[in-house]
Design a protein around this ligand. Structure first.
Ligand SMILES: Nc1ncnc2c1ncn2[C@@H]1O[C@H](COP(=O)(O)OP(=O)(O)OP(=O)(O)O)[C@@H](O)[C@H]1O
Length: 227
């Protein structure tokens, strides 16, 4: 479903942010991305969403080579992706429900349907009671869950989350992770970048980057019970 083949990324005049990354993530898999600050985690996630382009190598998402994607192809790619980036960027001039409805309205979903789906998405992240609140009236963890609801309202096949529990207390972090894991359990492929050792301790597949190089986790974990 997601494949990197010999991917390098060099931001202009900087050392390589990623060097020769080859890995694959299967449909429905849950994988974590870890590594020290500056290791290239955000860059790797951004390349899957074609926010950044590789300097060399190929990236395939659902069999499509996105390194060659032209501009009109990008919205089609992103329709299958739920992005939870480090900057939550909720719009503060409208309520929580309107924030979650937005991705549906911009793709032409009728407003009654958008409202019903946004309410269902808020329900899934445990925020049905907060639909009418201003984003700034919510805690950091609640804002992060609104961002997750907004990311999944289009029913993406893949969720990419960049440090979704950064700056959250234990309880809020656990709620955010529960919301993400529920989507994985429903069959959504999830790739989650995190420094959070509590999360990584119990994690199955951890893809570890150091200074732009993949140091472990290139292969999927063998399934329980398989030879
Ligand atoms: N837009 C950019 N222009 C130039 N260099 C960049 C840009 N974005 C990232 N970099 C550099 O690429 C390297 C990898 O950065 P990246 O943000 O991917 O790391 P990270 O592992 O996500 O770090 P963190 O955990 O601190 O978020 C760093 O050296 C960073 O300075």
């Amino acid at each position: 479903m997601i494949e990197f083949a010999g991917v390098c990324k060099q931001y202009s005049r900087h050392a390589a942010a990623l060097s020769d990354i080859s890995l694959s993530i299967a449909k429905g898999e849950l994988a974590f991305l870890s590594g020290p600050s500056g290791a290239g985690k955000s860059t790797l996630l951004k390349m899957i969403a074609a926010i950044e382009r590789p300097s060399s190598g190929a990236i395939r998402v659902n069999g499509q080579d996105i390194s060659r994607l032209n501009r009109p192809g990008i919205p089609y790619l992103r329709r299958n992706l739920g992005l939870v980036l480090q900057d939550v960027s909720l719009l503060t001039d409208r309520d929580v429900l309107a924030n979650v409805m937005l991705p549906l309205l911009v793709t032409g979903t009728p407003s009654a349907e958008a409202r019903a789906r946004a309410e269902a998405a808020l329900d899934k992240v445990g925020l049905h009671g907060k639909a009418g609140e201003e984003p700034l009236a919510l805690s950091g963890g609640e804002q992060q869950r609104v961002a997750i609801a907004r990311a999944i309202v289009n029913r993406p096949q893949i969720i990419l989350a960049d440090e979704p529990t950064a700056n959250l207390d234990r309880t809020s972090a656990a709620r955010v992770m529960d919301a993400l894991l529920a989507f994985h359990q429903a069959g959504v492929t999830c790739l989650i970048a995190t420094h959070d050792e509590d999360i990584l301790r119990g994690a199955g597949r951890v893809i570890r980057l150091e200074q732009g190089r993949l140091v472990s986790g290139a292969q999927a974990m063998p399934r329980a019970g398989s030879a």
